[in-house]
Design a protein around this ligand. Structure first.
Ligand code: ATP
Length: 425
């Protein structure tokens, strides 16, 4: 490490500018301290003199409305100050949502549901984080719904999830992921089963909108909804479906005029559709990197991270004790369906899965449903496990699980297409 990396470097930021940096090297450690002024990371205020630590994979921006001095030590791969940021537009969106919230509070109505949409890598999750942080900083308690099954920000990929946001995200770790409501989908893209995706989104919207009535503060705070980056064709139809299911009152469109105009055309005129620029700092991720990020999230689910390591368990389950199901049966032509059923119904059918060697590495969701006769699609997920071995001779599978054996009695496991190679050492 060079001398100035050891001693660190001071960065003076003017008002409305941000320091952006990326860390790519393994074992790299960057420490950032706010020396003077005020600064925030994606909406979370930095505490003066506190050292914040960032490691490999960090891609962040520290923004200041008033100007500040930051002290940084450690090796970064990219590091520069930018004066061109869309933060003022973003804070205006927050101000508009606040007006809706104040009105909702006065009239004891439901607060705003705002959806953030746009293609991949435009900063959708980051804008959600900023809006949620600003909301809690002024005393709101919004819900955060994540419909992005490709890069789940709350649960692991392949699921749709909602959490209550009660405090600003941690600078280093993001929002705490405690007590989420998670519905299983099982695919990395809504295209894996479009009918099921819409059914899961409808259920999530119905349940969470209903839950708003249970808490006055959350009711007026509303919901921020993050969506998938698939915005063409069927992807667009999914966005429209979600907007309808949630009764969205605002849609923030990041960086795509075409999508903005399509939405203006297709949603009721009462919905506020707003086109916003993407930040020049948002980092594009290749297909491989997206895959790696997904893998990393699953790994963290089982093993935690350096700050909070977890120690998962491994145990065998006999085939005959494994209650494994998959949602969605192979398509059949309408003419082969029982009378009164459509081919579409097959897509949400719960079917039993027989263990084969092909099950290896698949992530399985543990449902709170007790039997397949329950509403499996609309039942919360308790957690996940991963198949690390299939022994056809002994008729057992080996599962990696955050909980020790045994699985809860009547545990109902749901197959997902996600795979995780457990090569943790
Ligand atoms: P996806 O296509 O997965 O839905 P997205 O549109 O939600 O992606 P984000 O995940 O918000 O995009 O952003 C992509 C990456 O860019 C993240 O690692 C985020 O931390 C980083 N990023 C966002 N804004 C900035 C910024 N202003 N400066 C530096 N990095 C940023």
């Amino acid at each position: 490490m060079s001398d100035h990396q050891n001693r660190g470097q001071d960065f003076s930021l003017e008002a409305d500018s941000e320091l952006r940096f990326e860390i790519e090297q393994k074992d790299a450690k960057v420490l950032v301290t706010l020396v003077n002024g005020f600064a925030e990371l994606f909406g979370t205020e930095l505490v003066k003199k506190k050292k914040y630590e960032f490691g490999m994979g960090a891609k962040v921006a520290i923004f200041t409305y008033q100007g500040c001095v930051l002290h940084v030590t450690g090796k970064m791969d990219v590091c520069y100050i930018s004066k061109e940021t869309p933060m003022v537009q973003y804070v205006n969106c927050h101000a508009a949502l606040e007006q809706f919230r104040t009105e909702a509070e006065e009239k004891d109505r439901r607060g705003p549901v705002a959806m953030v949409v746009g293609p991949t890598d435009v900063g959708k999750s980051t804008l959600c984080r900023i809006l949620l942080n600003y909301a809690v900083r002024v005393g709101r308690r919004p819900l955060y719904a994540d419909l992005d099954v490709g890069q789940g920000a709350i649960a692991i990929s392949g699921n749709v999830a909602t959490i209550l946001i009660e405090r600003p995200a941690s600078v280093e770790e993001g929002f705490p992921k405690t007590a989420p409501l998670v519905y299983h989908f099982g695919h990395k893209s809504p295209s894996g089963n479009s009918v099921l995706y819409n059914a899961v989104v409808s259920k999530m919207a119905e349940v969470t909108l209903q839950s708003l009535n249970g808490n006055k503060r959350t009711k007026s705070s509303g919901i921020i909804v993050n969506t998938c980056g698939w915005v063409k064709g069927h992807g667009y139809a999914h966005l429209l479906h979600a907007a309808r299911a949630y009764g969205a009152c605002a849609i923030f469109v990041l960086d795509q005029e075409r999508l903005y105009n399509e939405l203006l055309r297709d949603v009721p005129s009462s919905v506020h559709v707003v086109l916003l620029p993407k930040s020049g700092g948002v980092v594009e991720r290749s297909k491989e990197l997206r895959h790696e990020c997904r893998d990393q999230r699953i790994k963290e689910y089982f093993y935690g991270n350096a700050r909070a390591p977890f120690y998962p368990f491994s145990f065998e389950v006999k085939f005959q004790e494994l209650r494994l199901y998959k949602i969605g049966a192979p398509p059949l032509p309408d003419s082969c369906m029982p009378i009164g059923m459509k081919a579409e119904d097959n897509k949400t059918k719960v079917v039993a899965v027989t263990p084969t060697p092909a099950l290896i590495h698949h992530v399985l969701a543990l449902s709170f449903a007790e039997s397949v006769d329950d509403d499996v699609i609309g039942t919360n997920i308790a957690g996940f496990c991963c198949v690390t071995e299939v022994d056809m001779e002994r008729q057992v599978v080996m599962l990696l699980s955050p909980q020790p054996r045994p699985l809860p009695p009547n545990a109902l496991l749901l197959w997902s297409e996600l795979q995780f190679m457990d090569n943790h050492t």
